[in-house]
Design a protein around this ligand. Sequence first.
Ligand code: FE2
Ligand code: FE2
Length: 202
Amino acid sequence: MTNKISGGDYQPCAKMREYEIKIRERLTEKRYEHVCAVRHCAAELAKIHGLDRENAELAGLLHDYARDMDPEQLLAIGRSRNLITCKVEEQFPILLHGPVGAALVEEELGVAEVQVLEAVALHTVAGPAIGRLAQMIYIADLIAAGRDFPGVDYLRSLAVTNLRQALPACIASSIRCCLERGRLIHPQTIEAWNYYSIERKE
Ligand SMILES: [Fe+2]
Ligand SMILES: [Fe+2]
């Protein structure tokens, strides 16, 4: 997948420009490059698969809003807003940057689109029966320009040709990566794998 958005008549709205500035202030330069890559990838996938492009760009731009926060901060916000769902998150608070980011973009930026908030919240761990935008952002986060791991090109081609198959393939890749590194696996990711791998076979 290229890092270009084709169909050049699209102009980001003023709100999006305001978000770009806010995101840039919160993230390291490298992380900002990553969110831009995810935004471009999401826009391209939205065009191919008929999803709303503005929401795709918005979710791509905002998905790592809380990614550069300290683990202690993530835990404190997660606890204060009842966002913690399991012990894995207590042990690896970085997993909370999705749900915490969704809470913060709603509160601090006034983002109200439910699909966008879901996509931000679930982009790291996924989950069963998630919306199409959330599926696409989960995939885009994994395959956007700058990602480099064995099998990423296969996932990129699958995302273009068959989003439904790309999701369980991306979930499997994430789980494999956790296993190889001896990391815990979030229960929602396992649920997502069971849900989407069964759906794929039906
Ligand atoms: Fe993230
Ligand atoms: Fe990301």
